[in-house]
Design a protein around this ligand. Structure first.
Ligand code: SAM
Length: 307
């Protein structure tokens, strides 16, 4: 279920699963065979030479590292969840970002992962098992001698849009990661689609537009839903699409509601060179992967402005 591409012109990104292995230990292990550089934006992401084949490497097989691209690895880091927080991954399978959240939260806190598709729930559960998240049980905070919450990920098979934001189960929710279904137009496989014979290509121009419009409508609805949870302070919206209709246009359309509810757009990775204020976009030319990240932040105590 891990991200795996065979584009040999692209660096091999490896995210260290710090629930199982330290970053330095992973660097030392890989340096026995390869040149290894740490990514400048994501502290647990390593860059190995293009074409490095790790699919049956022991550290991959045992879940100590994930073959996760840079785009995918930046999303959970942008959310910046803290140990002890309650966090919801709204559209979560196959779960690469879910287990990254668990690692960033150092095994302390509560993570809920929602997924609509039953078969993909199984992928999610496999990823969680591989990452070892379920084995982090009842860690004890020595300083306060308090038993801390489990980091077992609570997998929910259902529609994120059907979760009631006022449900007492979500009243302490601090952050939402929203990585909804998208066209995937930023990924190498999708961008090479035009090279296929038309019988194999998955859409004509018209179908493409209809599909994008439908996806954008869902993405907007899902983001509005995320913005309606009363205690949430951070929301990350991400896609692996290069289309404005799924990215900047979605943000623009929800902005009035976001502001009414006390949220501001913030800049994830302030040193990232950006075109539009706050919004983080990477085009395929820059790193052969196209993606988009937006971050909404609400200061503690900022109450939604009720109509
Ligand atoms: N964040 C995931 C990761 O990094 O591994 C990838 C998420 S993928 C882009 C989007 C997922 O959202 C799909 O698995 C899809 O089935 C799920 N999904 C779509 N609509 C949903 C909904 N209304 N509620 C919950 N999940 C949904």
């Amino acid at each position: 279920a891990q991200y795996e591409t065979h584009d040999i012109s692209k660096p091999r990104y490896v995210r260290v699963n710090t629930l199982k292995l330290g970053v330095e230990s992973a660097v030392n292990e890989f340096r026995k065979q390869y040149t290894v550089v740490k990514d400048e934006f994501v502290p647990d992401l390593l860059i190995l030479p293009p074409g490095t084949d790790l699919h049956d490497h022991p550290l991959v097989m045992n879940g100590s590292v994930f073959l996760q691209g840079k785009a995918s690895s930046m999303v959970a880091v942008a959310l910046n969840p803290q140990p002890g927080w309650e966090v919801l991954d709204a559209c979560s399978a196959p779960g690469n970002k879910t287990v990254h959240l668990a690692a960033l939260m150092k095994g302390k806190g509560r993570i809920m992962a929602c997924e609509l598709n039953k078969d993909r729930v199984k992928l999610l559960q496999n990823t969680i098992r591989l990452a070892g998240a379920t084995s982090i049980l009842k860690l004890c905070d020595v300083a306060h001698m308090q038993p801390l919450a489990l980091t077992d990920v609570e997998v929910q098979h259902g529609d994120f849009l059907n979760i009631n934001p006022e449900d007492p189960a979500y009243l302490k929710l601090r952050a939402i990661l929203l990585d909804p279904s998208c066209s995937g137009s930023g990924t190498a496989a999708e961008r090479l689609d035009y090279l296929l014979p038309s019988s194999m290509s998955n859409q004509s121009g018209d179908a493409d537009t209809t599909r994008l419009t439908r996806l954008a409508a869902f993405q907007k609805k899902a983001l509005e839903h995320a913005l309606s949870f009363p205690s949430v302070q951070r929301i990350v919206y991400s896609t692996c699409s290069i289309h404005q209709i799924e990215n900047e246009d979605v943000i623009k359309s929800v902005l009035p509601m976001a502001l009414r509810n006390g949220f501001q757009l913030a800049s994830p990775f302030p040193l990232w060179p950006r075109r539009a204020e706050h919004l983080l976009r990477m085009d395929p030319v820059e790193d052969k992967e196209g993606f988009f990240i937006a971050l909404f932040v609400r200061e503690e105590g900022e109450r939604p402005i009720l109509p």
